[in-house]
Design a protein around this ligand. Structure first.
Ligand SMILES: NC(=O)OP(=O)(O)O
Length: 309
């Protein structure tokens, strides 16, 4: 069975973490300990976010711009794929070794085709980098020309364009590595956004949503299952309210209805449900949304939210 496994931001950073290498390596190791059995059971491609890391790389580039030439956002995205791919690959490989599982892991630098006329380029929505107070964020926006927003009740952040992913450039390479028995890490940070001009590709500045890009990958390689790991055990209706109710199973039609009714927050569960719909509406078979800690129980049918066509 071919599985695309999208790991959330908490795979590398938790609230309160500063984002040091030691912290991120520790979180990567914890993620590996939770998910290593999946590499034994399935042909797995792990995808991941990069919001905090790509924002930090961009800041580093901008801060040192008078010493070394700063890199544009697509190249910062490529750097974040290398950084995070390394941390995950090393952690997965070490845990698999300790558990006696014979599996090699390969990270694929991945580009994703977007539309150069995507309106997202004129309307930045993707939060990256550290959190600021409202006052700091508004000052930085004025001083540096940044766009900033309040991010899901967690603080203020810089936002950048987030075009819709259309196609995974490296889909055949990823599929081939899976068939040959490798565990694969790909589509890091939603992939590096590129546009097609004739037969050539060119990078563009943006950060793609990793859940949407994971759905496109799952479609493009004909994955049997899309698993989205996040900070909650299952999807909830009326999340955070007294009438909150966990969903064990829903159809894609029900998922669309709940989206329209406004049950899912834009910066958190909404893109995961949208990605599930995108995958299931394009031939996908099933989606599981749960936390890294509960993924084994969810696969045994004990928890998580399952979504079907
Ligand atoms: N690219 C992306 O979606 O990153 P986060 O999940 O970290 O926001």
């Amino acid at each position: 069975m071919k599985v695309v496994l999208a790991v959330g931001g908490n795979a590398l950073l938790r609230p309160g973490d500063r984002g040091t290498a030691e912290e991120q390596m520790l979180r990567a190791r914890q993620t590996a300990e939770n998910i290593y059995p999946l590499f034994q059971k399935f042909k797995v491609v792990v995808t991941h976010g990069n919001g905090p890391q790509v924002g930090a790389i961009l800041l580093q580039n901008e801060t040192a711009k008078n010493v070394v030439p700063p890199m544009p956002l697509d190249i910062c995205g490529a750097m974040s794929q290398g950084e995070i791919g390394y941390m995950l690959e090393q952690s997965f490989q070490n845990v698999l070794e300790e558990k006696g599982v014979n599996k090699d892991i390969a990270t694929v630098l991945t580009r994703v085709i977007v539309d150069e006329n995507d309106p997202a380029f004129e309307n930045p929505t993707k939060p990256i980098g550290p959190f600021y107070t409202e006052e700091e964020a508004k000052r930085l926006a004025k001083e540096k020309g940044w766009h900033v927003i309040e991010d899901s009740g967690r603080g203020w952040r810089r936002v950048v364009p987030s075009p819709m992913p259309l196609e995974i450039v490296e889909k055949d390479v990823i599929a081939e590595l899976l068939e040959k028995g490798f565990g694969v890490i790909a589509v890091g940070g939603g992939g590096i956004p590129v546009i097609r001009k004739g037969r050539k590709l060119f990078g563009v500045e943006g950060v793609i949503d990793k859940d949407l890009a994971s759905a496109v990958l799952a479609r493009d390689i004909g994955a049997d299952r899309l698993i989205i790991l996040t900070s909650v055990e299952k999807v909830y209706l009326n999340f955070g309210k007294p009438e909150q109710r966990g969903i064990d199973e829903m159809s894609v039609q029900e998922a669309k209805k709940y989206m329209e009714e406004g049950h899912f927050k834009k910066g958190s569960m909404y893109p995961k449900i949208l990605a599930s719909v995108l995958y299931l509406d394009n031939g996908g078979k099933e989606v599981l949304i749960t936390s890294p800690e509960k993924v084994q129980d969810a696969l045994d049918g004990k928890t998580g939210t399952w979504i079907y066509p």
